[in-house]
Design a protein around this ligand. Sequence first.
Ligand code: AMP
Ligand code: ZN
Length: 140
Amino acid sequence: MSESANCIFCKIIRGEIPSIKVYEDAQTLTFMDVCPASSGHALVISKAHASNLLEIAETDLLAVTLTVQRVARAIQKALAPDGMRVSQFNGAAAGQTVFHYHVHIIPMQEGQRTGSHGRESANPQELESLAARIRAALQS
Ligand code: AMP
Ligand code: ZN
């Protein structure tokens, strides 16, 4: 069985499990993190399965990076955070829990301490409304 068969992010790409999508193009997909570290936390993934930075093909890495910038600009426009963390983990020892290359975009407010990502589920309606604001900014 291929690695992607049981990969949760590959399942999102194939539409086998739901996600709150923000942006999609031929090589990348962006959706809201279900257990966000802050309000507006989004994940950018490569559509081609690669487990981490060491394995991803250069063209996919480039595409993800360009999408990160595009979505970060839209988040800035839509949610006006004071700053944004962009982070990425490689290997369980580094805190990676989903072994499909992804980049976190985490909006930050002045003085805010981030929660740990992946701990507490957000309200789906709140996530949908944040995603709608980011999608609108992407189109403006
Ligand atoms: P990490 O592998 O530590 O970089 O983080 C994986 C991230 O994926 C965590 O922030 C999780 O909350 C998030 N996550 C896991 N499953 C889903 C899902 N089905 N939809 C959206 N986000 C998810
Ligand atoms: Zn995958």
